[in-house]
Design a protein around this ligand. Structure first.
Ligand SMILES: Nc1ncnc2c1ncn2[C@@H]1O[C@H](COP(=O)(O)OP(=O)(O)O)[C@@H](O)[C@H]1O
Ligand SMILES: N[C@@H](CCC(=O)OP(=O)(O)O)C(=O)O
Length: 402
């Protein structure tokens, strides 16, 4: 039975958030014939500006570069090959940025374009650098408009979908809410075109999504579909950030501070935004360091574990000792991020490693007491690892548990 009180509290939290990340998809910014739709973009900007006027800081993660670049290049549909996508993004991003600058200027707001590659959020030093940039832009009252730097992102390092990028940015800027705006008004139990699909207003936790069928195919111009939105939502809620999924056409209602609410009056009249689907934040908030390790870090090597070590690390949340390692892959130093892999190749955890890769072959399989004193320590300390369950080579599942 859904808990109306808990749903209301989540909606209020979205409405009261001081820092909000808003993500909008390509399909919500383009016309049916392709190309940017200025009136839809203006509608979104009006809603964002309204929230800024209410005292919030808003970061806008906007897709649409590739879609906006199609018509100027004479392309009829979204290209499949990376090089043509990159060319379209190069042309389209320019148009998108220009349109946002003009549109926000109607509200006397300045925008700052932030194009990120995955390196900017997966490498720790870059992550901090991006954090500083956002902090400065927001302190100037600027609305940062973020997209992936598609023109230079290679197939290997690409995010490919801005839903995931938006969740990482929400964490990076310390947002108190993530608002995902799409071309669908809510999450449904199945594809909204199916008569059997039912609207879901509130998702208390990841378990509530069992049985929900979320398509990984996006619209003609978008990517990722609903599956990537759910992954994004669970990533954000795992970091303690409530999420609202709504349609871009309802942006004003989605970004409202709350029906009948005045920011100074936190009374019962404050409902928070009443549209869309809200996802409650997890009770146990992951620390910033472990969130980064789980969702953003780029592993530079891997350690293969025997069955006993897998059980100890994943089941009993123990540290990884040299005795449980059967193979070492990659070239890494102490403090780097590595994957812990079971014998069948499944990634079971990620951690900050306590040894250089050159030290490990001589000590793996051996008990601590048999080692020289300076090497008598954990390979990955229990406080430095997060348990994950994902196949080593397959793409991420459509709704991974986070
Ligand atoms: N369970 C579901 N609930 C809602 N929408 C769904 C579901 N499964 C698939 N979809 C589809 O996902 C689409 C949104 O994904 P996408 O086209 O990638 O959006 P965007 O361009 O906004 O990122 C919706 O138009 C909807 O048809
Ligand atoms: N970076 C790409 C968008 C990729 C993407 O995630 O698109 P969408 O599914 O429409 O949010 C672009 O600007 O075209």
């Amino acid at each position: 039975m859904p808990d109306a009180g808990a749903e209301r509290a989540t909606r209020q939290a979205v409405g009261r958030a001081r820092v909000v990340v808003v993500k909008v998809g390509s399909s919500s910014l383009t016309t049916a014939l392709g190309g940017l739709d200025p009136s839809r973009l203006d509608g979104l900007v009006d809603a964002v500006a309204g929230r800024v006027r209410q005292g919030s800081q808003v970061v806008l993660v906007s897709s649409g570069a590739i879609a906006a670049g199609l018509a100027p290049l004479g392309l009829k549909r979204r290209p499949r090959d990376l090089a043509t996508q990159q060319a379209a993004a190069s042309v389209g991003q320019q148009l998108l940025a220009e349109r946002y600058a003009v549109s926000f200027a109607r509200h006397d707001l300045t925008v700052g374009q932030v194009l990120l590659t995955s390196d900017d959020v997966v490498r720790r030093a870059h992550y901090r650098n991006a954090q500083r940039t956002f902090g400065k832009l927001l302190s100037f009252g600027v609305v940062p408009v973020v997209n992936e730097n598609d023109t230079v992102a290679t197939a290997e390092i690409r995010f490919g979908d801005n839903d995931r990028l938006a969740a990482l940015v929400a964490h990076l800027v310390g947002a108190q809410a993530l608002v995902l705006l799409s071309d669908v008004d809510s999450l449904y139990t199945g594809h909204p075109a199916l008569p059997s699909s039912r609207r879901i207003g509130y998702v208390p936790d990841a378990a509530a999504l069992i049985g929900v069928s979320a398509d990984a195919r996006g619209s003609d111009v978008g990517t990722g579909g609903m599956a990537s939105k759910l992954t994004s939502a669970l990533t954000a809620t795992g970091a303690g950030i409530p999420v609202l999924l709504a349609s871009a056409g309802q942006a004003a209602a989605a970004l409202a501070v709350g029906a009948g609410s005045d920011p100074a009056d936190r009374s019962d009249t404050d409902t928070g935004p009443t549209v869309g689907t809200v996802f409650a934040p997890a009770h146990r908030r992951t620390s910033a360091r472990l969130f980064w390790l789980r969702h953003a870090a780029h592993p530079v090597g891997s350690l293969v574990l025997d069955d006993g070590a897998v059980a100890a690390v994943t089941g009993r949340r123990k540290s990884l000792l040299p005795a449980g390692i059967t193979a070492v892959r990659g070239d890494f130093g102490s403090g780097d991020v590595v994957e812990l892999v079971s014998g069948d190749g499944t990634v079971v955890a990620r951690g900050f490693v306590g040894h250089d890769s050159t030290e490990l072959p001589a000590i793996m399989g051996r008990s601590l007491s048999a080692l020289p004193e300076e090497l008598q320590h954990e390979v990955v300390h229990a406080d430095d690892l997060v348990v994950v369950t994902e196949p080593a080579t397959a793409p991420a599942p459509s709704i991974p548990g986070v």
